[in-house]
Design a protein. Sequence first.
Length: 190
Amino acid sequence: MSAPGSNPVAGPAPAAGGAEAVLITGVYGAGKSSAAAEVAYLLEQHRTRYALIDLDFLGWADTGAADRAGEVAMMLANLAAVTANYRRAGVTRFVLAWFARTAEDVQAVAEAIGMPLRVARLTAGLAEIERRLGADVTSGRRDDLREAAASIAAGEGAGIGDVVIDATQPVGMVARDVLAFLGWPGGPAP
């Protein structure tokens, strides 16, 4: 907690200086958000200064732009601002969740956050994704399922990632695999 009257996030964001990020990616329903939440939980257990940012929420708005490019631009602008605030507050580990369809998507995220970024791509078959999304009560999940099927068929996101992790295993194992890849606290002991 800060002293009264002080603002821990005032001023420019510090240089990357030890800050690192991971982007957990994969098609809709692959388990990105769940894995990211579990990674955050494990980092918290090890008293690591972290932030979990689900990038979908940073671009979830109706700005009048009817294309993906407009949504991505909004998300990237918000990501740069949010990341800078967390860095000013002393956060050093960033856990990001988002479906990066192309290498250009990954590059744009890296530029927005201004620190080293590694990418963990989660994979799960369409039958598993149907099972996961079918259990969700929101109407939007039907659209997500159609989009996941189309993304898989088109090969979107294929080849993206520094590591590929089987997301059909329990979420705790997925998170530990991510942390082991990164060498961050909370991964399996050597």
